[in-house]
Design a binder for this molecule. Structure first.
Ligand SMILES: NC(=O)c1ccc[n+]([C@@H]2O[C@H](COP(=O)([O-])OP(=O)(O)OC[C@H]3O[C@@H](n4cnc5c(N)ncnc54)[C@H](O)[C@@H]3O)[C@@H](O)[C@H]2O)c1
Length: 306
């Protein structure tokens, strides 16, 4: 099939490119930038442009069967700085995308939402797709708004869609110098002999999913005809930052210097996802252990700083 990946040159998108090519699909990528860690991949058609460039976006949809929407112009941490920009660049432009998908008779749109930002502070754990959504940042609100518009376009125009809510993915080609992705950032600092900064006492619990497992879930979500349209994709297990550091110590064999900073008020103390629905309906389950995932990520990071 003909696949379009919006944001296909980023961390998750680049791995999705590999999987779709391996499954013999034709792949077109629409992204503002080139891939950061690789040269252009043979067999991929690249469209370099901004999501807000409506002419280019419409052209990119020509002849496409399935659209994966992975573009986000903001991050959870920064989205509150300019909510107007967040809504305009993510919600408004996605509504335009959905209109174009209807016009172009796209078979299915896959939207990458967020399992970490959409629920807010959970009332119970693990958190399932049916739990209340009370996002505590603009990023979570715009992700939720897009989810609702996808449902509306399905209702009004029959546009088929699936929403995926990943937890905290990690793995090769995640930017270790970035401001999200604790495992990659920690490994990057360790590779450079730098100390790690942790806000609070390291007891904050998150759900970490290795990139190959996430990609497998994303692929199953388009290959399987499921009853549901919204799926959590995570490991289903919560790990504190201190537990992550223990695994990192074992894997890297390095002494790790940790600087504890004041706890941040906006950090949700604990969140991990209920993944029963994806297991049942998509016949999917994560298979990479934290230890193995961190080993693979460490290999990538070590090479970067060699
Ligand atoms: N990485 C995570 O922790 C995580 C967790 C949950 C959900 N998500 C979501 O998954 C998606 C992909 O995340 P990622 O980690 O691969 O991010 P990423 O930043 O590595 O990739 C995003 C890609 O989108 C492109 N992009 C951004 N703004 C654009 C614009 N205006 N026009 C064209 N291209 C643009 C970037 O150039 C980049 O290549 C995002 O929607 C993100 O919100 C990520």
């Amino acid at each position: 099939m003909n696949m379009l990946i919006l944001g296909g040159n980023g961390f998750i998108g680049s791995h999705l490119v590999d999987r779709l090519l391996a499954e013999d699909h034709r792949v077109r990528v629409f992204d503002k930038y080139e891939e950061h860690y690789r040269k252009p991949v043979a067999g991929v058609e690249y469209c370099v442009g901004d999501f807000g460039n409506r002419g280019m976006l419409s052209e990119a949809l020509t002849g496409i069967d399935i659209v994966f929407h992975l573009i986000s112009t903001t991050l959870p941490k920064t989205s509150n700085d300019d909510p107007v920009f967040d809504v305009q660049s993510n919600v408004i432009e996605t509504i335009f995308l959905l209109e174009q998908c209807v016009t172009n008779k796209i078979r299915k749109v896959v939207f990458i939402s967020s399992g970490g930002a959409i629920y807010g502070n959970p009332l119970s754990l693990p958190i399932s797709e049916n739990c209340p959504t009370e996002p505590e940042c603009s990023y979570g609100i715009t992700k939720l708004a897009v989810e609702k518009y996808m449902a509306l376009f399905n209702h009004l125009h029959g546009l088929d869609y699936v929403v995926l809510r990943p937890s905290n993915p990690y793995g090769g080609r995640q930017n270790p110098d970035g401001i999200q992705g604790a495992i990659s950032v920690f490994l990057g600092r360790i590779a450079q002999g730098k100390s790690l900064e942790i806000w609070g006492d390291g007891q904050v619990v998150r759900d970490y999913i290795f990139i190959d497992d996430l990609i497998d879930g994303m692929y199953k979500a388009v290959s399987v005809n499921a009853l549901s349209r919204v799926f959590n994709l995570g490991s289903g297990i919560g790990h504190s930052l201190n537990e992550i550091l223990d695994v990192i110590r074992r894997v890297t064999g390095k002494e790790i210097k940790v600087v504890h900073k004041a706890k941040r008020s906006f950090d949700i103390p604990s969140i991990y996802l209920d993944i029963c629905r994806a297991k049942q309906e998509l016949s999917w389950a994560p298979s990479v252990s934290l230890e193995t995932g961190i080993e693979k990520t460490w290999k990538f990071v070590k090479k970067l700083y060699r």
